[in-house]
Design a binder for this molecule. Structure first.
Ligand SMILES: Cc1cc2nc3c(=O)[nH]c(=O)nc-3n(C[C@H](O)[C@H](O)[C@H](O)COP(=O)(O)O)c2cc1C
Length: 184
């Protein structure tokens, strides 16, 4: 049981990092294997909208912009389930989350029920460390993404500075439940 825990903040010790660590703990407690990936440590540029809007992604389901996307895409294919933790920037996922998720969607959404993520569970976490505003719009965008790639939304979790402690426990519990369900 291989769970990819992807986080998308430049900050190694902030709220996003704490949420990702809680998810890893939950996975391990349930007997799963957690692979942690910090998207900000990788070189994954934005989609170039090749040709007239679609490039190789439409029919070959590969991205023609060569960077760290390809190796992470391979790990996504291998994984059984996903946790995606993003800081909330302007009520949206962060730039590193958007760059990766946009390109992955372009490769996988056209495959419909053959998508590498088809039916696989996803937990999305929106960590808002400022005003606390914008978690709902951020999660809405992540939910729509999950639907486009035909993943199954296992849970959507908003976190802010005030809810931090009990939400970290909820993230741990959600990851544990997701692994428990996938193993059964
Ligand atoms: C460009 C930018 C936009 C932000 N927009 C929001 C926002 O809409 N709502 C909010 O609560 N916090 C916002 N913040 C604060 C981040 O959500 C906060 O710093 C969060 O804790 C980031 O995660 P980190 O602790 O892992 O760095 C923003 C921060 C940045 C840098």
């Amino acid at each position: 049981m291989n769970i990819l825990v992807m986080s998308a903040s430049p900050n190694r010790e902030g709220l996003t990092a704490a949420c990702a660590a809680a998810a890893v703990e939950g996975v391990l407690q349930a007997g799963g294997h957690a692979e942690e990936i910090r998207l900000n440590d990788l070189h994954i540029g934005r989609c170039q909208a090749c040709d007239n809007g679609w490039g190789k992604c439409l029919n070959d389901h590969e991205c023609q912009t060569q960077d760290d996307f390809q190796s992470l895409h391979a790990r996504v294919r291998q994984a059984d389930a996903y946790v995606i933790v993003t800081p909330v920037y302007w009520g949206e996922p962060s730039e590193s989350a958007k760059a990766f998720l946009d390109r992955l969607r372009r490769c996988e959404a056209p495959r419909e029920n053959e998508s590498s993520l088809f039916g696989k569970p996803v937990i999305a976490v929106a960590a808002a460390g400022g005003s606390g505003n914008g978690t709902v719009t951020c999660l809405l965008s992540m939910e729509r993404w999950a639907q486009h790639v035909r993943a199954r939304v296992f849970d959507l979790l908003p976190v802010n500075r005030w809810s931090r402690e009990y939400k970290l426990a909820a993230i741990r519990a959600a990851a544990q439940a997701m692994v428990g369900e996938t193993i059964r």
